[in-house]
Design a protein. Structure first.
Length: 80
């Protein structure tokens, strides 16, 4: 029930490229690395992670698998 109420507000914030937690602009977020040629992971100042998809020109919340992928790439030193 709660998710049905909150999700539309979060979608509006993401459309405006704002963090859903602290409403900071995601354009100023720290770049963690490239997941692929068209996807970049960024981290907001409140530590929430987002994936910027260049094809869609939009941000989305990072999944657990995407976070693990970038963390393993950082540990191996493969981040570009």
């Amino acid at each position: 029930m709660f998710k049905k109420i909150v999700r539309p507000f979060q979608n509006v914030l993401l459309e405006r490229e704002l963090c859903v937690g602290c409403t900071a602009p995601l354009a100023k977020a720290k770049k963690l690395g490239n997941l692929s040629d068209n996807r970049v992971m960024v981290e907001c100042k409140c530590k929430r992670r987002y994936v910027y998809e260049k094809e869609l020109v939009a941000f989305k919340r990072a999944t657990f698998a995407e976070e693990q992928q970038i963390l393993s790439m950082i540990a191996k030193g493969e981040v570009s």
